[in-house]
Design a protein around this ligand. Structure first.
Ligand SMILES: *Cc1c(COP(=O)(O)O)cnc(C)c1O
Length: 388
C-alpha cells in the first residue's frame, strides 16, 4: 500500500525544533522576547510598521474588526469563496454580513461585482463599514482598485491574507498594507509557515496598533498616559475596554521566527511545484489556476476546475476516486452563504451563483514544501486515469 499524500502540510526541521526547545528551557513561556522578535521579523519582511501576534487568524480578524469600531449598525462584506472565519468575525461584533461574488478567473472577489454592489448600496444608504478581501490561494486581489473604491465610498479594508504570507502584489509584499488598513495572516499548520495555531494583524496605523495591543490582552493598559485619573502605583493597570486573551505563546513565536527564516525557500519550492503542475496538466480537461499579471502567489493552494462536459465522471466521483487511491484532495471552499448558519440568517443557494458554479467543479490537489516529484507524479498519473 502506498502512502497517503495530504493536500497540504507543515515542514518542521531540526532548526525549528531547536528554537522551540530553547524557549522551553528559558524563563518566559509567554509574554517574553520571542513575541517581539517574531512580530519584528514579519513586519520587516512585509515592510509594514506594526505587527501584532495573536492566537489564531480568527482572533486576528476579530480584533481587526473591533479596532475599526465595527458594530451593530454596520455591514461587513467579504467573498463567499473563503473559510467561514472571514465572515464570522463580523458576526462576533454584532455586524451584518453580505458577500461579493467571485471573479471566475481568479476566484477572488470580483471588482466588477464590488463596483456595482457599492453603487447600489450607496443609493440605498447601506454602504459597508468594512470590506474583507480574501487573498485566495495566496494570490492577491486587485488591491489598487479596492483602495480606490474604499476612498470613494469611505469603507475600511481588512485583507484576509491567511493564505498569502510570502506572496506579492505589484512587486510589494502582501501584508505591507499600502492598499488596506489592516492585513491578517494565519499560521495554522496547513498554511505557508506555522506556529501550530497562530495569527497576526499588520497595520501602518498607530491608532489601530494601540487598540489591537489592548484588545489582545483584556483591554488592559499599564501606560499611565492612557489611564483615567492617576496611577495608584507600580502594580496598577486599568481596563479601558472589553478585550480578550488572544495572546500567542513564546513557544509558538520561537517556531514562527525559525519558520520565517525559511519562508523564501518555502515559496520558491511551492512556485516550482505549481509550475511543474502547470506543465504536466496542460492537456487535461481542467482549468489551471489563472494568475493576474500584477500578482506573485504564495501558492498556498493549487486549485483545478473540472470540465465536466468533457469527462464521463461527476465532480464527486473524481474527488472520491482520488481519495480512494490515497491522494488527499480537498475543496476550497463551500460557499459561506450556503452554510446552514448563514441560511438561517437569510442567505440561500443561488445568491452568489459564480461561487456556486466554481464549487461544482473545483478540487485542490496536493501542494506543500515537502511534496516529492515522485508523489507529484503520482497525483498527476491518478488524475489522468480518473479523467479518461
Ligand atoms: C485558515 C483561514 C482562516 C482562519 O485561520 P486560523 O488561524 O485557523 O484561525 C481564516 N481565513 C482564511 C481564508 C483561512 O484560510
Amino acid at each position: 500500500m502506498t502512502s497517503y499524500i495530504p493536500y497540504g502540510r507543515q515542514d518542521i526541521n531540526q532548526q525549528d525544533i531547536d528554537a522551540v526547545v530553547e524557549v522551553l528551557h528559558s524563563e518566559w513561556l509567554t509574554q517574553g522576547r520571542a513575541i517581539d522578535l517574531f512580530e519584528q521579523a514579519v513586519a520587516d519582511y512585509c515592510g509594514v510598521k506594526y505587527a501584532i501576534a495573536v492566537s489564531s487568524a480568527t482572533a486576528a480578524l476579530h480584533i481587526a474588526c473591533l479596532s475599526i469600531g465595527l458594530g451593530r449598525q454596520d455591514y461587513l462584506w467579504t467573498s463567499p469563496n473563503t473559510f467561514v472565519a472571514s465572515a464570522n468575525c463580523g458576526l462576533y461584533c454584532g455586524a451584518k454580513i453580505d458577500f461579493v461574488d467571485i471573479d471566475p478567473d481568479t476566484y477572488n472577489l470580483s471588482i466588477d461585482e464590488l463596483t456595482h454592489k457599492l453603487h447600489r448600496a450607496d443609493q440605498q444608504g447601506c454602504l459597508p463599514k468594512v470590506l474583507v478581501p480574501v487573498q485566495f490561494a495566496g494570490q492577491s486581489c486587485e488591491m489598487d482598485k479596492i483602495a480606490a473604491l474604499s476612498q470613494k465610498y469611505g469603507f475600511q479594508v481588512i485583507e484576509d491574507a491567511s493564505h498569502a504570507i510570502g506572496g506579492r502584489y505589484q512587486g510589494k509584499a502582501i501584508g505591507c498594507c499600502e492598499f488596506s488598513d489592516l492585513a491578517v495572516f494565519s499560521f495554522h499548520p496547513v498554511k505557508i509557515i506555522t506556529t501550530g495555531e497562530g495569527g497576526m494583524v499588520l497595520t501602518n496605523r498607530q491608532d489601530l496598533y494601540e487598540k489591537l495591543i489592548r484588545l489582545r490582552s483584556h483591554g488592559i493598559t499599564r501606560n499611565s498616559d492612557l489611564m483615567q485619573g492617576e496611577s495608584h502605583g507600580a502594580w496598577y493597570y486599568q481596563q479601558l475596554e472589553l478585550g480578550f486573551n488572544y495572546r500567542m505563546t513564546d513557544i509558538q513565536a520561537a517556531l514562527g521566527i525559525s519558520q520565517m527564516n525559511r519562508l523564501d525557500e518555502f515559496i520558491a519550492k511551492r512556485q516550482f511545484l505549481a509550475q511543474r503542475y502547470n506543465h504536466l496538466l496542460k492537456d487535461f480537461p481542467i482549468t489551471l489556476p489563472y494568475q493576474h499579471p500584477d500578482t506573485e502567489s504564495s501558492w498556498h493552494l493549487y486549485v483545478i476546475c473540472l470540465h465536466l462536459d468533457k469527462i464521463s465522471k461527476s465532480h464527486r466521483q473524481v474527488f472520491e476516486g482520488l481519495r480512494q487511491v490515497g491522494i488527499g484532495v480537498n475543496l476550497h471552499y463551500i460557499p459561506v452563504h450556503t452554510q446552514p448558519y448563514y441560511q438561517n440568517i437569510g442567505f440561500k443557494w443561488g445568491d452568489f451563483p459564480k461561487s456556486e458554479t466554481y464549487y461544482d467543479s473545483a478540487i485542490s490537489i496536493p501542494l506543500y514544501y515537502g511534496l516529492s516529484k515522485e508523489n507529484q507524479n503520482r497525483v498527476v498519473d491518478n488524475l489522468r486515469k480518473i479523467l479518461t
